[in-house]
Design a protein around this ligand. Sequence first.
Ligand code: COS
Length: 396
Amino acid sequence: MQAAPANPGMDAETFEQFAEQLTRYVNERLIPAESDLIENDAIPPEIVDEMRDMGLFGISVPEEYGGAGLNTAQYARVVNTMSYAAPAYRSIFSINVGMFASALKNGATEDQRARWYPQLAQGKIACFGLTEPGSGSDSAGLQTTATPDPDGNGWVLNGTKRYITNAPHADVALIMARTDKDNLPKNAHVSAFLVPMETPGVSTGSPDKKMGQAGSHISDIMLDDVKVPGDALLGGETGKGFRFAMQSLDNGRISVGAAATGYARRALNSALRYANERQAFGEPIARFQLIQAMLADSETEIYAAECMMRDVTARADRGENIITKAAAFKVFASEMCGRVVDRVVQIYGGAGYLAEYDAERFYRDARIYRIYEGTTQILQLQIAKHMLREWESLNG
Ligand code: COS
């Protein structure tokens, strides 16, 4: 008999009802609003309000703090379902329920949780400040500093964060900063700070122009002598920020994997419809075996990613260490999505290259999945590092 999951999350029946309602919302409300979203490069504000009312900004926040208390498997299903529609709909709440909520869970003091969880659940928007102009994959090389405030018990932050999703809309940022000028073992020079975006000295750049994912915004965050109180230090301890950031990225990688899997499914269904409608040589192109091969390969790969999603999230809910499996899922799902959208453009043929049809934007939107929350190459190194470590511990 299988042991009960360590984190049962929301009662299963209630969750299934919610998931069904969400699927309807995606199909009947979010997808029809995509043209508006793309034209204005913004999610229609009334939809953001509806998403808040549905509790999406707090799905992973524990119930006692006003959230829905979903476990990882349920959270990934929500992300996957939402990602059947334009990626911006996931982006706007993804940091709240993913990396930020995860950092609070893994690293915050009780007072920090009591302050920030309810605000996330109410729909305040969070962002995650790790990447900098000079450090992306090399995240521990960050240069933002936090020095003790000479006027009190707090900290003074200086630096620039780059490519920060939701920064232009955010109410709060988790900022990783160095509290030691030298690089320390296990990256203990990095600490994490909860910084309200209204704090004097915090400013954001204009949103960057991107290849795809219309309606989702990223920008720089500039920190210029930003004074924060002592209780802004996540967990109340210096030297833990890198670990918190990496643990949060495990969660972020599950989110990206779930999103890529959902979007691949959307693109494939669109190609399936097109292949049945489009005629060539007197019949629908879906009758041609080389088209069928592309459809079948895509179906097979999406199914594999869906199985990985179920497995890695079940492991997370059982309390297992998921560093390598979260990375493996993210690598597979994002690369798979890239292959699927490429085939979808091919199935659409000439129409696949035109902005008038969906295939072209699926192709552009999907490209970032292989890059953010850890590039495929960095994650390959992470997976291999842990494989070799395990091998050495067994054979060394
Ligand atoms: N959970 C808990 N602790 C972790 C961890 C995790 N997932 N990952 C790392 N740590 C801690 C551990 O203490 C680890 O030491 P051990 O492995 O000896 O236990 C320590 O941090 C150092 O980790 P690691 O050896 O992986 O650090 P490196 O500096 O060698 O490499 C890389 C770090 C490059 C892999 C890391 O910086 C990375 O993942 N970069 C990509 C960053 C990224 O995803 N950016 C996306 C932008 S944010 S949207």
